[in-house]
Design a protein around this ligand. Structure first.
Ligand SMILES: Nc1ccn([C@@H]2O[C@@H]3COP(=O)(O)O[C@H]3[C@H]2O)c(=O)n1
Length: 244
């Protein structure tokens, strides 16, 4: 599978860029993971919106869903133009007892995903695990032909994340704060030292730092992760390809 980063920023996009969004391509299929601000514009650098087969949303914070309504409009227009024959399934993480915020539209459908759940699409298996954030949020583990990629989505550090990330070929980890931000947990996020610890304890082969902060010096994050973790470290940017 090939993962392309569409947006590496937390909170809001830098000029011309995007917040959380990842394109996963496998077996001639395309899955969008998170749909933050600017993601639709980034996506279309690589393929038309009607080429998407499914969408997964980790949680309903704006920097992960800001472009979702516009994505639904694109599906509506594509359906009217006959570019899209099947409704695009949009899977949104939400607690079982809560109503889903987004409503289906012509061209797209809305379905629920939750921690402990699974989704199988061809040879791609996705399992969802609980993360620790202000909104209900799921991390995602992708298995394809013996390879494993994990996306933490938004979370503070918790030892329970280790088993979900264990032995991943690639860990895409939110790295919202610098190592000296000891109370990252209070914001529902990880600092760079905690990302290093997670990558090390889980024994992952490569860690990709994402959900990047708008302050400080972003390259410093990788050196702070490297103080703890010996494997390969890449700081995400829009257009980064990860072949897993
Ligand atoms: N003191 C703060 C507070 C918040 N933030 C960012 O704002 C984002 C709000 O949505 P989120 O998904 O919880 O991620 C937060 C941080 O990236 C931040 O970078 N610094």
């Amino acid at each position: 599978m090939r993962i392309t980063v569409l947006g590496p920023w937390g909170a809001y996009p830098k000029a011309g860029d995007a917040t959380a969004g990842y394109l996963i391509e496998y077996d001639n299929r395309s899955m969008l993971v998170d749909c933050g601000s600017g993601v639709l514009a980034q996506l279309q650098k690589y393929k038309p919106v009607y080429a998407l087969n499914s969408v997964l949303i980790s949680h309903r914070h704006y920097d992960h869903v800001a472009d979702l309504g516009c994505l639904q409009y694109a599906c509506l227009i594509d359906a009217d133009l006959d570019h899209r024959r099947e409704a695009l399934p949009i899977y949104i993480a939400e607690e079982p007892e809560r109503e889903l915020q987004f409503k289906p539209m012509k061209g797209s459908g809305i379905e629920r995903i939750y921690a402990g759940g699974r989704l199988t699409e061809g040879e791609l298996e996705v399992s969802f695990f609980k993360t620790f954030h202000e909104a209900y949020c799921v991390g995602m583990s992708f298995s394809y032909k013996g390879k494993k990629a994990v996306y933490t989505a938004d979370t503070y550090y918790d030892d329970s994340l280790i088993m979900h990330c264990a032995d991943a070929d690639v860990l895409i980890a939110e790295t919202s704060f610098y190592a000296d931000m000891k109370d990252a947990r209070n914001y529902g996020h990880m600092n760079a030292a905690e990302v290093g610890r997670l990558a090390k304890e889980a024994g992952v082969r490569k860690v990709v730092l994402t959900h990047l902060p708008h302050f400080g010096s972003v390259p410093q994050l990788a050196s702070e992760v490297a103080d703890v973790y010996d494997g390969e470290i890449v700081t995400a940017y829009s257009g980064l390809n990860l072949d897993v």
